[in-house]
Ligand binder design. Sequence first.
Ligand code: SF4
Ligand code: SF4
Length: 187
Amino acid sequence: MEKSTSKNENKKTNAKINLKNKNSKILKIMGSYTCGIAWYCKKCGGCCDSPTVTKKDIVNIAKYLGLSFNEVIEKYLRYFDGKMGEIKEVRGRCIFLDKRRCTIYKARPLICKLRPFSPQFKNGKLVLTYDIWFLKHCRGFFIGDMKIDKKYFKYAEILVKSLGFEEETPKEEFNRLKKRLKNAHEN
Ligand code: SF4
Ligand code: SF4
Protein backbone atom coordinates (compact mmCIF):
# COMPACT_ATOMS: atom_id res chain seq x y z
CA MET A 1 0.00 0.00 0.00
CA GLU A 2 2.76 2.40 1.07
CA LYS A 3 4.71 1.42 -2.00
CA SER A 4 1.86 2.27 -4.35
CA THR A 5 1.32 5.64 -2.60
CA SER A 6 4.95 6.58 -3.06
CA LYS A 7 4.77 5.31 -6.64
CA ASN A 8 1.79 7.61 -7.21
CA GLU A 9 3.62 10.50 -5.64
CA ASN A 10 6.61 9.85 -7.86
CA LYS A 11 4.32 9.76 -10.85
CA LYS A 12 2.82 13.11 -9.81
CA THR A 13 6.26 14.66 -9.30
CA ASN A 14 7.42 13.33 -12.67
CA ALA A 15 4.28 14.67 -14.36
CA LYS A 16 4.96 18.09 -12.79
CA ILE A 17 8.59 18.00 -13.92
CA ASN A 18 7.55 16.96 -17.41
CA LEU A 19 5.00 19.75 -17.56
CA LYS A 20 7.63 22.23 -16.36
CA ASN A 21 10.14 20.97 -18.93
CA LYS A 22 7.57 21.00 -21.69
CA ASN A 23 6.50 24.51 -20.76
CA SER A 24 9.99 25.92 -20.55
CA LYS A 25 10.79 24.29 -23.88
CA ILE A 26 7.75 25.90 -25.51
CA LEU A 27 8.41 29.18 -23.74
CA LYS A 28 11.95 29.18 -25.02
CA ILE A 29 10.66 28.80 -28.55
CA MET A 30 7.83 31.29 -28.24
CA GLY A 31 8.84 33.53 -25.25
CA SER A 32 6.81 37.06 -24.36
CA TYR A 33 3.54 38.23 -22.88
CA THR A 34 -0.22 37.88 -22.91
CA CYS A 35 -1.42 38.60 -19.39
CA GLY A 36 1.18 36.14 -18.09
CA ILE A 37 -0.59 33.09 -19.52
CA ALA A 38 1.06 30.90 -22.08
CA TRP A 39 -0.80 28.66 -24.47
CA TYR A 40 -0.22 25.62 -26.59
CA CYS A 41 -2.79 24.08 -28.95
CA LYS A 42 -3.52 20.46 -28.06
CA LYS A 43 -5.57 20.04 -31.22
CA CYS A 44 -8.55 18.81 -29.25
CA GLY A 45 -11.14 20.42 -31.56
CA GLY A 46 -12.84 21.90 -28.50
CA CYS A 47 -13.05 25.38 -30.01
CA CYS A 48 -14.46 24.23 -33.36
CA ASP A 49 -18.03 25.46 -33.31
CA SER A 50 -19.29 27.84 -35.99
CA PRO A 51 -16.54 30.27 -36.97
CA THR A 52 -17.25 33.57 -38.67
CA VAL A 53 -16.00 33.73 -42.24
CA THR A 54 -15.00 36.65 -44.43
CA LYS A 55 -15.44 36.75 -48.22
CA LYS A 56 -11.75 35.87 -48.59
CA ASP A 57 -12.23 32.82 -46.36
CA ILE A 58 -15.07 31.64 -48.59
CA VAL A 59 -12.90 32.11 -51.68
CA ASN A 60 -10.12 30.04 -50.04
CA ILE A 61 -12.48 27.26 -48.97
CA ALA A 62 -14.11 27.17 -52.43
CA LYS A 63 -10.71 26.86 -54.09
CA TYR A 64 -9.62 24.15 -51.66
CA LEU A 65 -12.79 22.09 -52.14
CA GLY A 66 -13.06 22.72 -55.89
CA LEU A 67 -16.45 24.40 -55.49
CA SER A 68 -17.85 27.76 -56.54
CA PHE A 69 -18.25 30.64 -54.07
CA ASN A 70 -22.04 30.19 -54.05
CA GLU A 71 -21.81 26.42 -53.62
CA VAL A 72 -19.76 26.92 -50.43
CA ILE A 73 -22.36 29.37 -49.14
CA GLU A 74 -25.21 26.99 -49.90
CA LYS A 75 -23.57 23.84 -48.56
CA TYR A 76 -21.53 25.02 -45.62
CA LEU A 77 -22.73 28.41 -44.37
CA ARG A 78 -25.67 29.06 -42.14
CA TYR A 79 -25.87 32.63 -43.37
CA PHE A 80 -23.96 35.13 -45.45
CA ASP A 81 -24.79 38.86 -45.47
CA GLY A 82 -22.64 39.77 -48.47
CA LYS A 83 -19.66 40.63 -46.31
CA MET A 84 -19.37 37.93 -43.70
CA GLY A 85 -21.08 34.71 -42.67
CA GLU A 86 -20.93 31.76 -40.31
CA ILE A 87 -20.04 28.14 -40.93
CA LYS A 88 -22.77 25.57 -40.19
CA GLU A 89 -22.68 23.30 -37.18
CA VAL A 90 -23.56 19.63 -36.99
CA ARG A 91 -24.56 18.56 -33.49
CA GLY A 92 -22.95 21.70 -32.08
CA ARG A 93 -19.62 21.23 -33.88
CA CYS A 94 -18.23 22.84 -37.02
CA ILE A 95 -19.35 21.00 -40.15
CA PHE A 96 -15.69 20.70 -41.20
CA LEU A 97 -14.62 18.95 -38.01
CA ASP A 98 -14.06 15.20 -38.34
CA LYS A 99 -13.54 13.84 -34.82
CA ARG A 100 -10.72 16.19 -33.74
CA ARG A 101 -9.43 16.97 -37.19
CA CYS A 102 -10.17 19.99 -39.37
CA THR A 103 -10.88 18.66 -42.87
CA ILE A 104 -10.10 22.04 -44.47
CA TYR A 105 -7.11 22.84 -42.24
CA LYS A 106 -5.04 24.43 -45.04
CA ALA A 107 -7.97 26.65 -46.00
CA ARG A 108 -9.42 27.21 -42.52
CA PRO A 109 -10.88 30.67 -41.86
CA LEU A 110 -8.69 33.45 -40.49
CA ILE A 111 -10.57 33.44 -37.21
CA CYS A 112 -9.57 29.78 -36.70
CA LYS A 113 -5.95 30.65 -37.46
CA LEU A 114 -6.04 33.45 -34.90
CA ARG A 115 -7.36 31.32 -32.06
CA PRO A 116 -7.02 31.59 -29.08
CA PHE A 117 -6.22 35.27 -29.53
CA SER A 118 -8.62 38.14 -29.75
CA PRO A 119 -7.66 41.37 -31.58
CA GLN A 120 -8.26 44.51 -29.51
CA PHE A 121 -7.23 48.14 -29.66
CA LYS A 122 -5.46 49.76 -26.75
CA ASN A 123 -4.44 53.41 -27.05
CA GLY A 124 -4.92 53.19 -30.79
CA LYS A 125 -2.63 50.17 -31.07
CA LEU A 126 -3.62 46.69 -32.20
CA VAL A 127 -2.90 44.19 -29.44
CA LEU A 128 -3.70 40.53 -29.08
CA THR A 129 -5.02 39.07 -25.91
CA TYR A 130 -6.83 35.85 -25.07
CA ASP A 131 -10.42 35.47 -26.11
CA ILE A 132 -12.78 35.05 -23.18
CA TRP A 133 -14.14 31.69 -24.44
CA PHE A 134 -10.63 30.26 -24.50
CA LEU A 135 -9.89 31.41 -20.98
CA LYS A 136 -12.92 29.45 -19.83
CA HIS A 137 -12.70 26.34 -22.00
CA CYS A 138 -9.43 25.81 -23.89
CA ARG A 139 -7.31 22.94 -22.55
CA GLY A 140 -4.04 24.33 -23.84
CA PHE A 141 -3.28 26.90 -21.16
CA PHE A 142 -0.61 27.01 -18.51
CA ILE A 143 1.03 29.83 -16.58
CA GLY A 144 4.07 31.51 -18.09
CA ASP A 145 4.84 34.19 -20.64
CA MET A 146 4.71 33.40 -24.30
CA LYS A 147 5.68 35.49 -27.29
CA ILE A 148 2.92 35.89 -29.84
CA ASP A 149 4.05 34.70 -33.22
CA LYS A 150 4.16 37.52 -35.81
CA LYS A 151 1.79 35.62 -38.06
CA TYR A 152 -1.00 36.13 -35.50
CA PHE A 153 -0.68 39.92 -35.87
CA LYS A 154 -0.92 39.52 -39.61
CA TYR A 155 -4.12 37.46 -39.24
CA ALA A 156 -5.46 39.96 -36.70
CA GLU A 157 -4.87 42.94 -39.01
CA ILE A 158 -6.77 41.29 -41.87
CA LEU A 159 -9.54 40.14 -39.56
CA VAL A 160 -9.96 43.57 -37.95
CA LYS A 161 -10.28 45.11 -41.43
CA SER A 162 -13.08 42.68 -42.29
CA LEU A 163 -14.86 42.11 -39.01
CA GLY A 164 -13.77 44.84 -36.62
CA PHE A 165 -12.10 44.29 -33.27
CA GLU A 166 -13.43 42.82 -30.07
CA GLU A 167 -14.19 44.15 -26.63
CA GLU A 168 -11.40 44.08 -24.11
CA THR A 169 -11.34 40.90 -22.02
CA PRO A 170 -12.04 41.70 -18.34
CA LYS A 171 -9.08 41.25 -16.00
CA GLU A 172 -11.20 38.98 -13.73
CA GLU A 173 -11.33 36.36 -16.52
CA PHE A 174 -7.54 36.14 -16.52
CA ASN A 175 -7.46 35.93 -12.75
CA ARG A 176 -10.07 33.17 -12.76
CA LEU A 177 -8.04 31.15 -15.24
CA LYS A 178 -4.81 31.69 -13.30
CA LYS A 179 -6.51 30.37 -10.17
CA ARG A 180 -7.84 27.32 -12.05
CA LEU A 181 -4.39 26.58 -13.47
CA LYS A 182 -2.67 27.05 -10.16
CA ASN A 183 -5.02 24.51 -8.56
CA ALA A 184 -4.56 22.08 -11.43
CA HIS A 185 -0.75 22.31 -11.20
CA GLU A 186 -0.78 21.81 -7.45
CA ASN A 187 -3.04 18.72 -7.47
S1 SF4 B 1 -9.69 24.32 -27.50
FE1 SF4 B 1 -7.59 25.09 -27.25
S2 SF4 B 1 -6.28 23.26 -27.29
FE2 SF4 B 1 -8.30 22.67 -28.15
S3 SF4 B 1 -8.08 22.95 -30.40
FE3 SF4 B 1 -8.93 24.87 -29.56
S4 SF4 B 1 -7.11 26.16 -29.18
FE4 SF4 B 1 -6.38 24.06 -29.41
S1 SF4 C 1 -12.92 25.34 -40.01
FE1 SF4 C 1 -11.59 23.80 -39.11
S2 SF4 C 1 -10.41 24.87 -37.52
FE2 SF4 C 1 -12.19 26.15 -38.04
S3 SF4 C 1 -13.77 25.60 -36.57
FE3 SF4 C 1 -14.08 24.34 -38.40
S4 SF4 C 1 -12.97 22.44 -38.02
FE4 SF4 C 1 -12.23 23.97 -36.52
